[in-house]
Design a protein around this ligand. Structure first.
Ligand code: TXA
Ligand code: MG
Length: 353
């Protein structure tokens, strides 16, 4: 059994009061010490929960790969403390060999926040985290619990936390402490994994990733910081990933997959299929923006929010919820074509692949 400690009081310290804050701070201290002795921590961030280790302890980082079942050549993102710009700059200087101006502009505009930058790596640091690449993915998360933990880590000499999403390889990413427990409880004991409960993740899908290691910005993974926002901050175009882009598990065609088969389709097609099946429709879960009707009493139905940010926030929790033992198919209405939906559309296409 993994150990879960409640750190939610840190989300709104002013409202929480000393009686709730003190145990939350102790939980964070305990997590920092666990990381120092090589254990793993379930780390709440604004995007999804991460499975974190000290980025400079190769053995601890190796356990992340083993426990997730992740191929060893898929690099991890290293998370940095960033109470001030000076602090994240120190973290970047520890890991990165070079910092192009355009990367610095992106950090100034979006850190702390849901943006990961790939930078050329200093050869002697974070080697295990980088999965053998000569680059390193760096992100300064905005979540108060993540930042509290990164601060506590820095105070005891830990420069960064390597953390992929805390799901087994290829599965749906976790957006709550319960999801992390569901993924790893059977696998890890409480001195191997400590989960910090920081509440539900407010963004809900993984960070936007921009490769800054090859002379110009290239978008590797869409997220809730969209390409227009990146281009506006840079005053130059951002290229889309091509064949030369480094391998990234979030960019594999099939990923984020529930056990049931996911299919994307327009609402009209979904309605036609439901009409055809009539009262016989069974083992089907539906996630749609526009209403559908069915004569079947066995459908599991969830309505998709009309705003992309609200949909992103609930997306992975909804996929988990619809993925019941007796669900065989999850039919999802194709999300709108506009750029605000890029991140959600990307995750759904991979879930369906
Ligand atoms: O929002 C997020 O990014 C979450 C939270 C926990 O921070 N993390 C996350 O990690 O999504 P993960 O491992 O599930 O996805 C990280 C992606 C992978 O596709 C990985 O291959 C890519 O980042 N990546 C990391 N370092 C890289 C590098 N040096 N070069 C290319 N891709 C890299
Ligand atoms: Mg992942």
């Amino acid at each position: 059994m993994a150990l879960t400690l409640d750190a939610r009081a840190l989300l709104q310290p002013a409202q929480a009061g000393a009686a709730a804050l003190e145990p939350a701070r102790q939980a964070v201290e305990q997590a920092a010490q666990a990381l120092q002795r090589g254990a793993l921590v379930g780390l709440p961030t604004e995007t999804v929960y991460g499975l974190a280790a000290d980025a400079d302890q190769p053995q601890a980082v190796g356990r992340i790969f083993d426990d997730k079942g992740r191929p060893k050549d898929h690099p991890l993102i290293v998370h940095l403390a960033g109470a001030t710009a000076e602090q994240w700059q120190a973290g970047v200087a520890h890991y990165a060999r070079e910092l192009p101006d355009f990367a610095q502009q992106l950090m100034q505009a979006f850190w702390p926040g849901p943006l990961t930058l790939i930078l050329p790596r200093k050869p002697e640091v974070g080697t295990a985290s980088a999965g053998g690449q000569d680059s390193i993915g760096l992100r300064c998360p905005a979540h108060p619990v993540a930042q509290a933990l990164l601060q506590a880590c820095q105070a005891i000499g830990i420069h960064g936390l390597a953390a992929p999403s805390a799901n087994r390889f290829g599965r749906v990413s976790p957006t709550s402490a319960d999801h992390v427990r569901d993924e790893f409880d059977a696998l890890l004991s409480d001195d191997e994994l400590l989960i910090l409960d920081g509440g539900p993740c407010p963004v809900g899908i993984e960070s936007t990733i921009v490769d800054c290691s090859r002379g110009r910005p290239v978008l590797l993974r869409p997220g809730m910081i969209g390409i227009e926002a990146l281009e506006a901050a840079l005053g130059q175009p951002v290229a889309l990933r091509d064949q030369a882009a480094p391998k990234a598990s979030g960019t594999l065609e099939s990923h984020y997959a529930p056990t049931a088969r996911v299919r994307l389709m327009p609402q009209a097609e979904m309605q036609a299929a439901l009409d055809l099946l009539g009262s016989e429709a069974r083992h089907i879960a539906i996630y749609t923006r526009q209403p559908v009707s069915s004569a079947s009493r066995h459908l599991l139905l969830r309505y998709m929010p009309t705003r992309a940010d609200a949909c992103a926030q609930e997306l992975f929790a909804v996929l988990r919820e619809l993925d019941q033992p007796d669900t065989r198919l999850i039919w999802v209405e194709t999300p709108p074509a506009d750029a605000a939906w890029d991140g959600v559309r990307d995750r759904l296409q991979r879930a369906a692949a």
